[in-house]
Design a binder for this molecule. Structure first.
Ligand SMILES: [Zn+2]
Length: 262
């Protein structure tokens, strides 16, 4: 395993891109063949989502990747060599990073300045695989910078961060997707990971539901910390932000810096 892990450290971006790309392609096709909700025929929405994604794709190698590398080179202590080759430690790091993301997601909702950025994601009025990449670049960059806290404090090796990112992206694409999975499979998966049914309620345009179901990979955090919505997914739930409408691409890009009601 050591050799395999070492090979990943040399090309972390390739691992992440190929894993997320394969999952995206599979689910992008899957949700068109087995759709849960009827998808809107809106080209404008696709342009917005893909536009925001393109900004992230272009700026990530310039900003996010160097931030991640900075963390990897400035760990506050060194883990003993004996810990290097351990699946258990890898699993623990993935759980810890997901725990961090859960609390950060709560902060993106609760801190007004952060919500200005995260709102751009929530203004999407439907959910499918393209929603998974619809984030304001500011949110992506700040998230990468704040993640330096757990990474440096816990001395999490770069390879574990990269594996976490590959799992994280795959589950994020899955839980945003419009894939109609058999109910029994969805229920079974929901015990462990965040499924489309769980995340759909997070995008319900009712603030009480928007401020619930914050989990990214594991569904346990919401149950443990009292943020799991009692509401089940209904396909006629309005998706978006309560009393707000989606905006054109340029306005979405400028939105965090505009003074307006949030
Ligand atoms: Zn959210």
């Amino acid at each position: 395993m050591e050799e395999w892990l070492a090979s990943l450290t040399t090309r972390p971006a390739a691992l992440k891109t190929s894993a997320a790309g394969a999952v995206f392609l599979l689910l992008f096709i899957g949700e068109r063949v087995f759709a849960a909700a009827r998808a809107p025929q809106s080209k404008a929405r696709l342009v917005r989502n893909i536009g925001l994604w393109a900004v992230v794709l272009v700026l990530s190698p310039l900003i996010v990747a160097p931030i991640t590398a900075l963390g990897a080179n400035h760990l506050l202590w060194r883990r003993p060599d004996a810990w290097a080759d351990g699946w258990l430690l890898l699993a623990l790091d993935v759980v810890l990073l997901d725990f961090w993301v859960y609390w950060m997601h709560r902060a993106w909702h609760r801190v007004p300045l952060l919500w200005r950025f995260h709102k751009v994601h929530h203004l999407d009025e439907f959910l499918d695989t393209t929603s998974a990449f619809r984030f304001h670049f500011g949110e992506v960059a700040v998230s990468a910078a704040l993640r330096l806290i757990p990474v440096t404090l816990l001395a999490i090796p770069l390879v574990h961060v990269v594996i976490f990112e590959a799992i994280f992206l795959s589950v994020v694409i899955f839980h945003h997707s419009n894939l109609r999975a058999p109910a029994v499979l969805e229920r079974t998966l929901a015990r462990l990971i965040v499924t489309p049914s769980i995340h759909w309620v997070h995008h319900h345009a009712i603030r009480r539901d928007t401020d619930s179901n914050y989990g990214a990979i594991f569904s346990v955090w919401d149950r443990l910390f009292g943020s799991f919505s009692p509401n089940r997914r209904r396909l006629d739930m309005k998706i978006g932000v309560e009393s707000l409408e989606d905006a054109p691409f340029l306005k979405l890009m400028l939105m965090p810096f505009l003074k307006e009601r949030i």
